[in-house]
Design a protein around this ligand. Sequence first.
Ligand code: PLP
Length: 280
Amino acid sequence: MTACYINGKYKKLSQSSISVTDRGFQFSDGVYEVIAIYNNKFVDENLHLDRLRTSLNKLNIKINLSSKQIQNISHKIKKLNKISNGIIYLQVTRGDQHPRDHKYKNIMKPNIVIYSIKKDFKKLDQLALKGVKTSLYPDIRWLRSDIKSISLLGNVMAANHAKKNNSHEAILFDHKNNITEGNSSSIWIIKKNICYTHPLTYRILKGCTRNKLITILKAHKFKFKEKLFSKKALLDADEVFMTSATNFIMPIIKVDSYKISNGKPGSFSQRLRKEFINSI
Ligand code: PLP
């Protein structure tokens, strides 16, 4: 049995339900977060709780739970579900509204759901030793990808394009052929010992793993730039890797049919993965 927190109560996940009048169901009017639990430790928990608050503020969704209360609920879910490796999934939608109307009411009662999913990070460690294949896909998402909204159709289409091509992730490019991010990750390249990733704009999510990696890069005095880079620069890179809450730092060895670093995970990417895991 998986326990789920739903609007103040703990229930079985299979018995937790939300009304069809929920604005998340009707309009994707809501936000979410994913926090990894690695060897019993919450990874970058405060960064994720802060980003949840930021996403809520950007959409003017008001909840009556503090970050501390959300943290306590997440820890209780971990305990109830006996999770030592996995993720906590948090979702907040604006709440139920009937009759359906694009315009939301001034006072709404958000629907808050928190549950967990087990995950085998050892499999990902194995994958990281080999590196992963990726596929390019146009970034067809809306123009506010900085909000971690549950409206994910563009990401879903990109991810399924990747799946069809036996790829781990889709790498998205904009109308100017610049790389924005992955379907669920931040994308990085390394060229001449400098790490590059897309600057923080409305077009990408402020990745918590990205944030943490920047702290690590600074601590080690590794050079990095938050700068646009093109599809061509991606294919010409010395190394490419992706970062996300569930992949940590994952070396990329192929983009469609193009091999990166001779089809082997780059040594710098592997070192950064180790540094990241040591920092958890
Ligand atoms: N970009 C997108 C579109 C994502 O969905 C994610 C994670 O799900 C990320 C970037 C990486 O963010 P984080 O490192 O916080 O998981």
